[in-house]
Design a protein. Structure first.
Length: 449
């Protein structure tokens, strides 16, 4: 396949992190997936202002009026977005909120008249996990159906198996949940973007937080993949910088079902706290630890395993355990909108990031006056910074159609992209488990990359 030109220069290193803490509490502490082949679209009854013509001046990557891409000089094809999100595998619990976020975004875009005057179509496909080849098959199907952008995958390990396939086809890959730092320097032709912050930030927050909760030593049980080892590295660096010591770190592989050896080795080091950097393997690991006397208040979890365990454990099993999820706390009105899309939702992890990904792709297509993947990618940074603040598609697209530069901030918090397609600032939420083994917000920390 012919190589594509670079859309934008890439920055291969992260700048120094600075954290500002917004303390919201003083204590330190599943739904049916859409059809994999289905699609949905809806036209609006009206539009806030007329859709632009397919010819004429457009918005440049710098947010200024400039020449329309050559691909936009004829009537563009309708925007088609694929989703590559988990309905099976070890991250299947993240699928429902992410898919609901995508569907809510699509609905609001189409209720506002669609993109360039045409309804947007969405096609959902399962990503599976790294134990299967589902993601590759799903990606092949989505590309065959002519999508301009793919929202997904959730797993960094899964994204690594398909990123070259997607970006090599000139299609935008926009992950709402990838956190591996490896993607910052990936040779993606300017086509890979994400609304989830790099684990440089989540790792720093979790490492510092365990220290502020009084832990002087930490043991870690870590999934041996891009997500697990990358996050563990940053947690360890932050915890040790705060004066603590990691006394044990045990790895396991995706597909493993026995974890007694890892648990025994970590407990033998007698750590004050234990960080579980896993996916749904926590369902097996937590009972092994608590059965050997580990208190739930010693357990710290991460976005890969922060889930509703009310049907998995006896009441009180996780009471007092804490964990981190990138993104700001979901607002009540946003939760209501998501529940209208999927009444069975139990948590909202990465729903905001998925919703924002759809809005940003749609707004970038409007700014480019094109539904071509490379044209959309060239506008993503521009619509995220420097202009008039807006946080919904109808408001933002009206500004664009009136010739204004925009700065989209969404449900996941402020959105400003680096040249590498990473968020340059983000919230990390800290949550605490209750007696029923569900979690509630404890506090937020805000950081910049």
């Amino acid at each position: 396949m012919t190589s594509l030109p670079q859309v934008a220069p890439r920055i291969a290193k992260l700048t120094v992190l600075s954290l500002g803490v917004a303390l919201l509490a003083t204590a330190c502490g599943g739904s049916p997936a859409p059809s994999s082949t289905g699609s949905s679209s809806a036209a609006a009854a009206g539009i806030a202002c007329p859709a632009p013509s397919a010819t004429g001046a457009g918005t440049s990557a710098a947010g200024e009026t400039g020449t329309v891409p050559a691909s936009a000089t004829t009537t563009p094809t309708p925007l088609k977005i694929g989703s590559l999100l988990p309905t099976t595998g070890s991250l299947a619990f993240l699928g429902p909120p992410e898919i609901a976020g995508v569907n809510l975004g699509i609905k609001e875009v189409n209720d506002a008249g669609g993109v360039l005057g045409k309804p947007v179509e969405v096609i959902h496909r399962d990503s599976g996990d790294t134990k299967t080849d589902i993601a590759t098959q799903s990606t092949t199907a989505l590309l065959g159906q002519g999508v301009s952008a793919i929202v997904g995958a959730a797993s960094s390990g899964v994204s690594k198996t398909v990123i070259n396939q997607i970006t090599g086809a000139g299609v935008v890959q926009f992950s709402p949940a990838n956190t591996s730092p490896d993607f910052t320097a990936w040779d993606d032709k300017g086509l890979y973007w994400r609304t989830a912050p790099s684990d440089v930030l989540q790792g720093k927050v979790l490492g510092n937080y365990m220290a502020t909760c009084g832990a002087q030593t930490v043991g870690m049980i870590v999934l041996n993949d891009a997500y697990g080892t990358g996050l563990a590295k940053n947690v360890q660096a932050a915890f040790e910088a705060a004066g603590g010591k990691v006394v044990a770190q045990e790895l396991f592989n995706e597909g493993d079902s026995q974890f007694s050896s890892q648990v025994d080795k970590v407990l033998a080091a007698k750590p004050d706290a234990i960080a579980l950097i896993t996916f749904d393997q926590a369902k097996s690991i937590v009972p092994l630890m608590t059965g050997k006397g580990v208190k739930p208040t010693q357990i710290f979890m991460v976005d890969g395993n922060m889930s509703d365990y009310s049907k998995d454990f006896q009441p009180g099993t996780l009471k007092g355990a804490q964990g981190t999820i990138p993104g700001t706390f979901a607002k009540e009105d946003f939760k209501k909108q998501l529940l209208a899309i999927d009444p069975a939702l139990k948590d909202y992890s990465y729903a905001g990031e998925s919703y924002d990904a759809v809005n940003l792709v749609a707004l970038a297509a409007e700014a480019a006056k094109s539904t071509k993947g490379t044209d959309i990618a060239a506008q993503l940074k521009a619509v995220s910074e420097g202009g008039e603040k807006c946080n919904t598609f109808p408001t933002c697209v009206t500004l664009l159609r009136n010739g204004k530069d925009i700065d989209y901030d969404g449900q996941s918090g402020p959105v400003s992209f680096s040249d590498a397609g990473d968020p340059t600032e983000a919230y990390i939420g800290i949550y605490e488990y209750q007696d029923d083994n569900t979690y509630k917000p404890a506090k937020e920390e805000f950081g910049k990359l």
